[in-house]
Design a protein around this ligand. Structure first.
Ligand code: NDP
Length: 322
């Protein structure tokens, strides 16, 4: 089978198209023939070595397809089932062996491409808005990179809850998409000072929560736009990692809360994984969550996908098609 492997961490050129044997399922695993593999920013961190992975490895943490074989003791899925998963390495490939307990069924009416597009970013948007900070009607959220993969889904969920969404984006085209997703206010943070703009838009009161996936370039100013006892949810670092930070600032800036959550800790049990993915698929079925899958690439063009994602050229979801 064809797969995208990283032998040494590095730039996009570190991703090599290689020929590997089709995996055999071990006990507890199912082998899935991938119809689509999701591209996520975490793949960049893994590729660069910012998050350490034992070498060599097949990149990718999200996919959907059809079960072709199951290992001993697997009862939850069988050959022919359509399934999807997130947070298991090895999806940039034609086949992947996945622990059966990490697979969820893809409901009728949801295509494989939609499932691969919804799992990781959809469940992330869900836990951020429903659990990390339980956003309520009438509250205000600042969502950075709102036209990105997670950003467009988080904006829709926050809007559906009835919250006011202040969105940051880098271009007019991204502004239009964020607005369509339900953003109430747009800040072009590459041209405007988002701190001053957010303060102006909230009449100096500040926002209840900042959802920050950009990190290095936004974190510090984000703390300045929170209301007293507001929450900074730092969930990524697309612009780089946030440098070490003195906790006393939280007291000085209004007894703030900071958290650095990860999807894995919000899909800890099988029950939680099934409930959260089911909630996302349910929103899609109800027409309340629209996916934007504009960027699909052949598996062999994974390097191009990464260059475009890192180059801030994409909106919504990127998929690799084996
Ligand atoms: P996105 O589609 O959001 O792409 C990243 C976006 O970040 C860009 O489009 C760009 O939007 C913005 N950005 C701002 N500064 C930079 C920069 N210097 N370089 C590149 N991009 C920049 O990616 P994803 O939806 O896949 O992921 C978004 C973030 O969420 C990532 O940081 C990822 O790690 C994180 N994440 C965290 C999870 C968790 O559980 N903690 C789970 C899933 C994702 P613009 O041009 O508008 O500025």
């Amino acid at each position: 089978m064809k797969a995208i492997q990283v032998k040494q961490p590095g730039g996009p050129e570190a991703m090599e198209l290689v020929e590997l044997p089709v995996p055999e399922p071990k006990a507890g695993e199912a082998v899935v023939k991938l119809a689509a593999s999701g591209v996520n920013f975490i793949d960049v961190y893994n590729r660069e070595g910012r998050y350490k992975v034992a070498l060599p490895f097949v990149l990718g943490q999200e996919g959907a397809g059809t079960v072709t074989a199951v290992g001993a003791d697997v009862k939850s899925v069988k050959k022919g089932d359509r399934v999807a998963w997130a947070s298991v390495l090895g999806s940039y490939a034609e086949y992947a062996a996945v622990p059966a307990e990490r697979l969820v069924p893809v409901p009728a009416g949801v295509t494989d491409q939609q499932a691969a597009a919804a799992m990781l970013q959809g469940m992330t948007a869900h836990y951020l808005s429903h659990d990390t900070f339980q956003l309520k009607r009438g509250q205000t959220a600042l969502v950075h990179a709102a036209a990105g993969g997670v950003g467009l889904l988080l904006t829709q969920m926050a809007h559906n809850i009835g919250a006011r969404v202040i969105a940051t984006v880098s271009t007019e085209e991204k502004a239009r998409l964020a607005r369509e997703a339900g953003a109430d206010e747009i800040i072009l943070y590459t041209q405007q000072d988002f701190e001053a703009e957010t303060k102006r838009l909230t009449g100096g009161k500040g926002v209840d929560v900042v959802y920050d996936s950009v990190g290095k370039t936004t974190f510090e100013k984000g703390l300045n736009v929170l209301r007293p006892r507001g929450m900074m949810v730092l969930y990524g670092g697309s612009s780089g990692a946030v440098p070490p930070f003195d906790l006393i600032a939280l007291s000085q800036k209004g007894s703030l809360f900071v958290t650095r959550p990860t999807l894995g800790h919000y899909t800890l049990t099988r029950e939680e994984l099934v409930a959260r993915s089911g909630a996302v698929f349910g929103m899609m079925a109800a027409g309340k969550l629209k996916l934007r899958i504009e960027h699909t690439y052949p598996l062999a063009e994974a390097q191009r996908a990464h260059r475009e994602l890192e180059g801030r050229k994409t909106t919504g979801k990127l998929l690799l098609i084996p």
